[in-house]
Design a protein around this ligand. Structure first.
Ligand SMILES: [Zn+2]
Length: 106
């Protein structure tokens, strides 16, 4: 996998996004530095087997998907994919019974 940049809305072909426009207004006012980018939202996904057992924090490849919203048609689309590495940690395991939870029998 490699880093990818998608510069046009897949729906209408527009190149402006809500966050790009909002950040540009701040850059024009002088409150943000040129080149600042803020995603509407993003999601990072570790590239590892979902069933692998983690006994210790582990460094694995991570794909980060950055999304924004087209200013012209409102389509939400991925504007960039970044491949990086990150550390994943073991999640706390849920106990089968949770004392005090009224939805789980005793
Ligand atoms: Zn669009």
């Amino acid at each position: 996998m490699e880093n990818k940049v998608f510069t046009k809305c897949p729906s209408c072909g527009g190149e402006n996004t809500v966050m790009k426009d909002a950040v540009q207004k701040e850059i024009d006012k002088g409150t943000m530095l040129e080149g600042t980018r803020i995603p509407a939202f993003y999601s990072s996904v570790p590239i590892m087997s979902p069933t692998s057992k983690l006994l210790a924090p582990k460094t694995v490849p991570v794909a980060t998907f950055i999304f924004d919203v087209c200013s012209d048609c409102g389509c939400v689309y991925c504007i960039q994919v970044i491949e990086d590495v990150g550390q994943v940690q073991m999640r706390p395991q849920k106990s089968p019974r949770q004392p005090g939870n009224p939805f789980i029998g005793n």
